[in-house]
Design a binder for this molecule. Structure first.
Ligand SMILES: [Cu+2]
Length: 167
């Protein structure tokens, strides 16, 4: 029984929920990168009580951080930078592979499974008020929380989450 509670507590830490003002950040994670790969991607789920927009993301692991979206152009998925990401009131906005993402450009070192990537998010609320949020993105092959994502063929049982193997 105790072991079960421990796993639940660790899982909650991995999800890294952060509450600030009335914007919630959860499920922060990042994809592992190859040694010579200069860019990486990170993802979060944001829920704002009132209409707001994500306007800026920073991280100490990359020289430059951009907000990107994926669009279909001439039959090809193409990513481009967006100035902001709308956060409609009460709606969970999930960044994920194949969709909106946080692009980590010029990584200082490769991101390895289990690493922690600090993210600093700036959300602009109605009236221009800026809310600063910190999130701790855990590097993993797939999104935390067990939701199915575009995951390049891994099944649920193949999830490589080192945090869940400590029991
Ligand atoms: Cu990108």
């Amino acid at each position: 029984m105790q072991a079960k509670w421990l796993v639940a507590a660790v899982a909650a830490m991995v999800a890294g929920s952060v509450y600030a003002a009335d914007v919630q950040v959860s499920n922060a994670w990042a994809r592992p990168t190859m040694p010579a790969q200069p860019v990486g991607a990170a993802y979060v789920t944001l829920t704002s009580a009132a209409n707001a927009e994500l306007v800026k993301v920073g991280s100490p692991v990359a020289r430059k951080v951009e907000l990107h979206t994926m669009t279909m152009k001439d039959g090809m998925m193409e990513m481009r930078e967006i100035a902001s990401l709308p956060l409609p009131a009460g709606k969970a906005v999930t960044l994920q592979p194949g969709g909106n993402h946080i692009m980590l450009i010029d990584l200082s070192k490769p991101l390895r499974v289990g690493d922690h990537v600090p993210l600093h998010l700036t959300v602009k609320q109605a009236g221009g008020k800026l809310v600063e949020l910190d999130a701790d993105a855990v590097v993993a092959e797939k999104a935390p929380g067990g939701q199915m994502r575009m995951d390049h063929g891994h099944d649920m049982n193949g999830a490589m989450d080192p945090h869940m193997k400590m029991q």
